[in-house]
Design a protein around this ligand. Sequence first.
Ligand SMILES: *Cc1c(COP(=O)(O)O)cnc(C)c1O
Length: 393
Amino acid sequence: MTDTDWNDYSLETQAIRAGHRRTHEDEHSIPIFATSSYVFKSAEEASLRFTGKIAGNIYSRFTNPTVDAFQQRLALMEKGERCLAFASGMAAIMAVGMGLLKAGDHVVCSRGVFGNTVMLFTNYFSKFGVETDFVDLIDTAAWEAAIKPNTRFLFLETPSNPLVEIADIQALADIAHAHDCLLIVDNCFCTPALQKPLELGADIVVHSATKYIDGQGRCVGGAVVASEEIIEKFIFPYLRTGGATMSPFNAWVFLSGLETLAIRMKAHCDSASELAQWLEQQPSVAKVHYAGLPSHAQHELAKRQQSHFGGIVSFELTGGKEAAWRLIDATQMISITANLGDVKTTITHPATTTHGRLTPELRAKAGIKDGLVRISVGLENLDDIKNDLLCGL
Ligand SMILES: *Cc1c(COP(=O)(O)O)cnc(C)c1O
């Protein structure tokens, strides 16, 4: 099995079989290598491994067989040359910044990215002389206009959270490359089961494995996928030195998460599509945001770029914040939590949680209305989910 070229297999098969180098114990399931260090046969071998002249494990901050299996598997699924795992999604994004940026550099970032990603650029990278401009995710002309001679990369999530707007990855990759910049895509919402940004021209994919890759809300983790050159030159040296490493236990959980990713994503998407259509029929719902609906502004783009429309649905209630809170509090089964990508359905009020730290003006600019509710559609029976929502609609 060590010699199998998994590139020739489909994503579903890679997700189940790739990455495992069976040991002399002939185990069928990937073991957890709970070891911080590795033993060398001689002083010379130790020296050769440390300098990278021969391959092999050294120290689990940057080499661990269980973590490596996860990395190889996710790299194949994203159609990237190499993947590195991190302690969290934020640690992965941090690594991209630390690896690629220097003082005097500039970043163009979507306004619609994860809140902590905005904080990372505005509160931390800014301290070291990196300037970030934020633009509307779907305004392709604004992306190009924001690029400066010192712009190092463009950073986005598509679909965005919580309004599930869709960016044209291929168009933005072309713009980035025409200006000698890299395009970085946070592929957390779609996962490689629905969308492969590297195939569309992106240079780097980042992940919060915490969400759909785990899929059952157990572990926090992240990953960076890119070419061998980008990983080796910019990301691996930072991981080795910066140390925000994924634990072998978490890698083992994520490996089994990947095994069911494709069938889970299909089920999440099927339920979310049906729920979105149903929500559009409800009198107290003013607007439903879901790229699978023909009413969605980028429905055609989503159809082209993604193999399905994802598991996140958001909608605006006519009754504003009061109605949103009433709906959330009336649910019996659905979990009130900001997490997403779980088999359990979760519900959240973005204006007072994930986007609560924004000023009302910034929130309005981001399109987060007070009556907006976001649902990460889980894998419970869809009728039970609908009935739970009906308690408060
Ligand atoms: C959750 C999330 C992150 C951060 O990941 P953590 O694993 O929580 O650090 C980054 N991007 C997106 C889109 C997310 O949903």
